[in-house]
Every structure is written in structure tokens, then in C-alpha cells.
Design a protein around this ligand. Structure first.
Ligand SMILES: [Zn+2]
Length: 242
């Protein structure tokens, strides 16, 4: 009961924060909230919390696995997109790998990626949001960066998310979107798809932020606002006035 109350309270905090941020960010951000209920069947946002289980991904400068932060942000993003009326599907909701075969770690990782692709490609009207954190040898670098698949709509979605990063929580950042290279999932999916590096786990200041509740909520606001913007541009959102 206490957990449910806490989670409801957290939900309200997100919404209140969202309205404040939307007001601060101007009309484009406010379009997220302008409708009388967004039709749920326009798209299904498939949220892929990168790595998990046997594959922790990068390790942050304070020793936290990337997979943990990916999952925390992904769960918050799911809740926020739900509150905004969107349909979502999670690739994972716990710290697990989702392989179905393999006797070695490499084989299990390969099976995990194939399974993620299978789930994404079997989802009608899917739009993939793959959540990751960046890492680099030089701790100077920071800021969110979005990579896009070659499928239709992916670049538009990446631009919308990158714009929101730069206009809000990454002010002054000169990071640009890039086509994704050498990522199995992004090469094998058929839907609009982006890989979002929310920030750098190798930068101590940004790593601290990425582990915090407040900043994770802001990252989710960035992504969900951009998703609404993307749907408006794709003319998939029936609540947008022409
Ligand atoms: Zn990653």
C-alpha cells in the first residue's frame, strides 16, 4: 500500500514537473499536453532498456552498471508515456537478459539481441526507443546524443529528441544526431527507431545526475515531448490541429 502511494506520488510529481517544464520550454513542448486525450492506437512505443542480466553494458565512474540506469529511465519513460495516453511495450522490466538459447556468454548475448528484434518486429505500429548511456575514456565529454536507424521516420524522431536535449537539459551542447553503425538491433528492425545515449557515465557530474530521480525524470520529459513532436510531424497524432 505504501509502495503504491509512493508510486502515485512519484507519478504526480512527474506530471507537475512536466507542466512546469512544458511552460518553460514554450509552445512546442506544450503540445504534449494540448490534446483532450491522445488516441492510443496511433503507435506503440517499444522501450528497449539496453543490456541487462549477463550484460551490464558500460560501468559508470562510481561503479554503477549502465544496464541499471537504462532500466530506471526506461521504467520512468513507460510511466510518463502512459500518463500521456500512449501505448508502450517494454523489452525488459527487470535486470535480466532475454536470451532463449546459447551455451556461452557470447551465444546468450547474440540470442538476447535476436529476441529483442523479434519482439520489436512483432509489434504493430512500433516506434523503438532504445535507452543507453554513453562512456568515453576522457571524462570531459557530456550530453545526450541520439542515433537513428535507416528506417523511415527514424531521423525525424532523432532530430526531435536531440533538439529537446539541446533546448533544455543540455543547454549549449553541440552534439548532433548520427546514423547508427554496427548495432545489431538497429540493423534488423523494420520500424522507426532511435538509440538514445542519455549522457556520459564517464563524466562525474553527469553520472551523478543520471543516477538521480529528478534528472531521470527530466530525461524522460525530453524524450516524451520529442515523441509528441515527432508524431505531430508524422501527422500520426489525431489531436494535432491542422
Ligand atoms: Zn549501452
Amino acid at each position: 500500500m505504501l509502495r503504491r502511494r509512493l508510486s502515485l506520488f512519484a507519478g504526480y510529481c512527474v506530471i507537475i514537473g512536466a507542466f512546469v517544464i512544458a511552460g518553460l520550454w514554450g509552445n512546442r513542448a506544450a503540445t504534449v499536453f494540448s490534446g483532450n486525450g491522445i488516441k492510443k492506437d496511433t503507435v506503440c512505443f517499444v522501450i528497449d532498456a539496453g543490456h541487462g542480466g549477463i550484460d551490464g553494458g558500460a560501468v559508470s565512474c562510481s561503479g554503477v552498471a549502465e544496464s541499471t540506469i537504462n532500466l530506471q529511465i526506461s521504467l520512468r519513460l513507460r510511466d510518463l508515456l502512459h500518463l500521456l495516453g500512449y501505448d508502450t511495450k517494454m523489452i525488459r522490466t527487470e535486470d535480466v537478459s532475454i536470451y532463449t538459447s546459447g551455451n556461452t556468454i557470447a551465444a546468450k548475448k547474440a540470442s538476447d539481441l535476436k529476441e529483442r528484434v523479434r519482439i520489436i518486429n512483432s509489434t504493430d505500429r512500433a516506434v523503438l526507443l532504445s535507452i543507453h548511456q554513453n562512456h568515453f575514456v576522457d571524462s570531459f565529454y557530456r550530453g545526450g546524443q541520439v542515433f537513428y536507424a535507416s528506417t523511415e521516420g527514424s531521423k525525424l524522431l532523432a532530430e526531435a529528441i536531440q533538439n529537446q536535449f539541446v533546448c533544455t537539459i543540455n543547454l549549449g551542447s553541440n552534439r548532433k544526431i548520427k546514423p547508427v553503425e554496427g548495432i545489431y538491433i538497429m540493423k534488423h528492425i523494420a520500424c522507426p527507431a532511435v538509440l538514445i545515449e542519455c549522457g556520459f557515465l564517464s563524466n562525474p557530474e553527469e553520472e551523478f545526475l543520471l543516477r538521480s530521480d529528478d534528472y531521470q525524470k527530466k530525461v524522460c520529459m525530453v524524450i516524451s515531448t520529442a515523441c509528441s513532436d515527432f508524431l505531430e510531424k508524422m501527422q500520426l497524432d489525431p489531436t494535432v490541429e491542422s
